[in-house]
Design a protein. Structure first.
Length: 268
């Protein structure tokens, strides 16, 4: 039986790209269930894609094939890899997408370099998602062994972009915004296993009027926050998030995916 295929891209839904990839899956892996994780990744935003993958992977069947295409280097000499995390396989460009999933996985991650096999496939120079990633993902879902695609790649050689850990300092932390959700909450790369102080302040961009960045309060839910008080809350995806009660923290703070935020202990 074919394995589930999970599709994650920055393609959006206005163009035919996602539909064409699904057409390849329908042709080459007709018995596979295709699940869209998201196609709303901000264009080229690898940090957001890494977060979406790490947040999703634990909720899928253990043998899912994730075809993850956020690929600013498409057509260049960048590698294409398959990373095995237990029974799951992630097919992705080697650009840091697997970083958070790897960091959150307790077992051994085995990586196969698919680049040689990919180079022998007929493809356009601008749409490897349809021409390379989808056919390879379909083949894996249908049972083709990864050994037939190429050699193993040492995990130390896999590209990382510094998302694994926030930068901890004596009196604060520098975090990266992984995602801005549709409510305007800013998901940070601080895992919920970390104990954070009750009061903090934000250093960085100038916020919009009416928001006091000198006091960021730890809260257990949005409703605990007063209307003009920023909260640091453990979100549902395993990371802390900055939020306002029934307002968009992202708009008020002028931060988005990939931006760096410094939280300083104590309030101004």
């Amino acid at each position: 039986m074919s394995r589930t295929i999970a599709l994650l891209t920055d393609f959006g839904l206005d163009d035919p790209y996602v539909g064409q990839m699904k057409g390849v899956f329908a042709d080459k892996a007709p018995d596979s269930k295709i699940i869209d994780v998201s196609h709303g990744i901000a264009p080229f935003c690898i940090s957001q894609a890494s977060f979406f993958l790490a947040a999703a992977i634990k909720h899928f069947p253990a043998d899912t094939v994730f075809v993850t295409v956020v690929d600013p280097g498409v057509g260049s000499g960048r590698r294409i890899i398959a990373a095995e995390l237990g029974g799951c396989v992630v097919v992705a460009p080697d650009n840091g997408i697997i970083e958070l999933a790897e960091a959150g996985y307790s077992g051994s991650v085995i990586v196969t370099d698919l680049s040689l096999a990919a180079s022998q496939m007929r493809s356009s120079s601008t749409f490897h998602g349809r021409d390379i990633f989808a056919p390879i993902g379909a083949d894996i879902a249908c049972g083709k062994s990864l050994e037939t695609f190429g050699p193993k790649l040492p995990l130390r050689d896999v590209v990382r972009i510094g998302l694994k850990k926030p930068l901890w300092m004596e009196n604060g932390v520098e975090a990266i915004v992984l995602h801005r959700d549709r409510f305007g909450n800013l998901v940070l790369n601080i895992p919920d296993s970390k104990v954070m102080p009750e009061r903090m302040s934000i250093l960085g961009k100038n916020p919009c009027a009416g928001i006091n960045t000198g006091c960021v309060r730890r809260a257990s839910c949005y409703a605990e926050l007063e209307s003009d008080v920023l909260g640091l809350i453990v979100g549902s995806q395993g990371f802390y998030e900055l939020a306002l009660c029934q307002r968009a923290a992202a708009e008020k703070l002028n931060f988005g995916p990939g931006d760096s935020i410094v939280l300083k202990w104590g309030s101004a």
